[in-house]
Design a protein around this ligand. Structure first.
Ligand code: NAG
Ligand code: NAG
Ligand code: NAG
Ligand code: NAG
Ligand code: NAG
Length: 383
């Protein structure tokens, strides 16, 4: 028994290192068009795709035209035919100040968490306006709502959607809740998986995007995104479209934990909502036995669900979801369309002064707007 397991383990390790050799990225300077997943293997090779899915627990990836040439996506603002495309930008946000939900550093003052989220959301909306988007912007809200902040969004032309939000009840104290679940309402609500990390609970509200069949396509964005150039052409990309990230600093560790070195980042996704897909997603996530199997320890967020849910995706290059620490040249940074500011509190500096200035301006304008709303609401602005 033990010997057979050891043989299997050794076999899987040796095939892993052959996959890692196939990944040519390393830590060198990357091109704006770099598509990490597509450069690691050829999606048309069925055995390589199957190996990839099994070992990395990621969908196979097909490069979009933008992986070859920047100009291929048509980077200018689109014409009027756009409205007809019924594509919307979608930002999902769930807020609940109960101690079962907020991150521990907000525990003593959960409203700080809301204010910090509003600073990011306002900045994203301002950046979309600056980039001249012609697409509608929808914010999918659930949990606790604060009308004065929502009014600012409405004034910017943002439309609000109301969602029940994922079902977070399993985090309540077993004896704490007396309320009987309403079966009709529960049937269409996603249950939060047991493996969901406390810091990532909010991300599960993004799963609801696939249910919004009033749109032909949705461009789902995290609130810590900043749009640097117009991205409306994403309405024409095949779906589902996402970016992958290869973490070069996990070069050694990834032999043992392959899923950790790779990430399919859900900070920006182009999805096609579908009731068939939503039903399938509900069946997957709300069934305790299937849900337990899809959680990836190094990625305990909505990303684990998407990684399993999509067998095959279209890959966009890293300039559609660029985190600040990636290795891009100054010229490369000027090409970035979507910056994913996950290091928002870490003060990472970029090589491009121009990009830094734009971010600085958007950040201070958003912070000022939040301060103004706080004044109207009679609450103390705090970071
Ligand atoms: C970025 O790439 C350059 C050259 O390709 C390399 O010398 C440098 O160490 C890389 N930086 C990081 C942080 O990986
Ligand atoms: C397909 O991928 C496998 C690795 O999984 C590799 O051994 C094989 O040479 C590839 N075939 C082609 C035609 O590239
Ligand atoms: C917040 O979460 C608690 C459980 O921790 C739940 O009882 C409550 O209904 C939630 N509030 C909202 C507005 O969703
Ligand atoms: C949950 O999933 C398991 C395994 O796929 C299946 O056997 C079972 O019937 C499912 N349960 C429900 C209630 O659908
Ligand atoms: C900052 O943004 C405001 C509008 O939001 C604009 O009027 C101003 O010129 C910008 N400043 C710089 C330095 O870009």
């Amino acid at each position: 028994m033990a010997a057979a397991r050891l043989t299997r383990l050794l076999a899987s390790l040796s095939s892993l290192s052959s996959l890692s050799r196939a990944s040519p990225l390393g830590c060198r300077t990357l091109e704006p068009t770099t598509c990490a997943c597509s450069s690691a293997f050829d999606w048309r090779n069925r055995s390589a795709s199957a190996q990839w899915r099994l070992q990395m627990r990621l969908p196979s990836c097909e490069p979009t035209a933008a992986c070859h040439e920047l100009s291929s996506m048509g980077r200018s603002a689109p014409d009027d035919s756009f409205e007809a495309e019924e594509t919307s930008i979608l930002i999902a946000y769930h807020h609940n100040s109960s101690v079962w939900f907020v991150k521990h550093w907000y525990m003593s003052d959960p409203f700080r968490s809301y204010l910090n989220s509003m600073r990011l959301l306002f900045r994203l909306v301002l950046s979309l306006r600056r980039a001249g988007t012609r697409l509608p912007i929808h914010v999918l809200l659930s949990g606790e709502r604060h009308l004065l902040f929502e009014r600012w969004l409405l004034e910017q032309g943002v439309r609000l959607l109301d969602a029940a939000g994922p079902d977070y009840t399993q985090f309540e104290h077993p004896r704490g809740s007396k309320e009987k679940p309403n079966p009709m309402r529960q049937a269409t609500r996603l249950k939060l998986p047991k493996w969901a990390n406390r810091h990532h609970r909010g991300t599960f509200s993004k799963l609801q995007a696939i249910a919004l069949v009033q749109f032909r396509k949705v461009i789902v964005m995290d609130m810590d995104m900043i749009v640097m150039h117009n991205i409306d052409h994403l309405a024409f990309t095949p779906t589902p479209a996402v970016t992958f990230r290869w973490d070069c600093t996990h070069r050694d560790a990834h032999k043992m934990r392959p899923t950790r070195a790779w990430e399919m980042n859900s900070g920006m996704m182009v999805l096609q909502p579908s009731s068939v897909h939503f039903t399938r997603l509900l069946a997957l996530v709300n069934n305790a036995s299937t849900s337990a199997k899809i959680g990836i320890a190094s990625d305990p967020s909505d990303q684990s669900v998407w990684r399993h849910f999509f067998p095959h995706v279209f890959e966009l290059p890293q300039i559609y979801n660029a985190q600040k620490h990636i290795n891009l040249s100054v010229w490369g940074w000027d090409q970035v369309l979507l910056l994913h500011d996950v290091d928002v509190h870490r003060g990472v500096r970029l090589p491009s002064k121009r990009v830094e200035l734009i971010i600085h301006n958007l950040t201070s304008t958003a912070n000022r707007a939040v301060r103004d709303v706080c004044k109207q609401a009679g609450v103390t602005d705090r970071g």
